[in-house]
Write a new protein. Structure first.
Length: 94
């Protein structure tokens, strides 16, 4: 059985408007993403919102990735990124 990723109870913001203005200067290094999700997973929803904020098109796949037990699991340009927190880190380093 697969589960949604869990994080500490504290709220983890996606990005503020100020941060988004700074981070939207993405180059063409990100062309598409795949996201493995569950309909009831709040971290999946946040990951999809984050991809949309960055203008990154994605294909959503229901259920876990064959080699990763939890959702969300994000792949960008055929590179395994990981879950929501790893996605935030990856996008902030572009």
């Amino acid at each position: 059985m697969w589960t949604c990723e869990t994080y500490p109870e504290q709220s983890i913001p996606i990005y503020s408007d100020f941060q988004m203005t700074t981070l939207l200067a993405l180059d063409d290094s990100v062309s598409y993403a795949e996201i493995y999700t569950s309909e009831s997973c709040p971290w999946c929803i946040k990951a999809k919102i984050l991809l949309e904020q960055f203008g990154i098109p994605y294909a959503e796949k229901e259920g876990p990735h064959p080699s990763y037990a939890t959702v969300p699991f994000i792949i960008i340009n055929d590179k395994a990124i990981g879950g929501f927190l790893e996605l935030r880190r990856y996008l902030s380093e572009l």
